[in-house]
Design a protein around this ligand. Structure first.
Ligand code: HEM
Length: 160
């Protein structure tokens, strides 16, 4: 009789332990997703960024919508394009989480005399998208980049 009671208690204990282990396993949180790599890395690093910027600036230099603005045309003819490519590469590298340090002027200062309007901004973004497509930059990364570039619009577009 006594042996039976002990056996029953032991069995009950085993069932309780088994149940609590099962419950713990069920409530255990799913492992956290690994953090996404910085955009800089997903773009392929500074060589890939420099290559995109190279083609982008080349496209802008022959963009008729932009060159119809005499202030842009004057600055384009005056400023060495290699320097501009360097500065834009450093800026993109920095703001996407890369190791570069941009040392140029603020966007407001650099574009203050250029009288850039909405149509010229849109022409620039269209060229940017074309170059990103040519380089097969995935849509998600393109969107992230365009969003970052978009944050500068209020400082660059000053003409009506
Ligand atoms: C329609 C749009 C834009 C046009 C027409 C334009 C044109 C120019 C021109 C002509 C310069 C040379 C100005 C000078 O040295 O006197 C310049 C400088 C620069 N731009 Fe833009 N830009 C545009 C948008 C942007 C955007 C969206 C970015 C980056 C997010 C950018 C980044 C720069 C940088 C980093 C410099 C060099 C500043 C320095 O050397 O201190 N630009 N841009």
């Amino acid at each position: 009789m006594r042996t039976t009671r002990i056996a029953t208690i032991a069995l009950a204990l085993i069932v309780m332990v088994a149940l609590s282990i099962g419950l713990a396993a069920q409530t255990k949180q799913a492992p956290a997703k690994p953090a996404a790599k910085p955009l800089y890395d997903r773009l392929g690093g500074v060589y890939a960024i420099a290559s995109v910027v190279d083609e982008f600036i080349e496209a802008l230099l022959v963009n008729n919508t932009l060159n119809a603005n005499p202030a842009i045309k004057e600055a384009r003819d005056r400023v060495p394009k290699a320097g501009l490519k360097f500065q834009v590469t450093a800026l993109v590298c920095e703001v996407t989480g890369g190791p570069c340090k941009y040392t140029g002027r603020s966007m407001k200062e650099a574009h203050a005399k250029l009288n850039i309007n909405e149509a010229q901004w849109d022409a620039m973004v269209a060229d940017f998208r074309k170059v990103l497509d040519r380089f097969k930059v995935p849509q998600a990364e393109q969107q992230e980049l365009i969003t970052i570039v978009g944050t500068t619009k209020k400082d660059i577009v000053i003409a009506k």
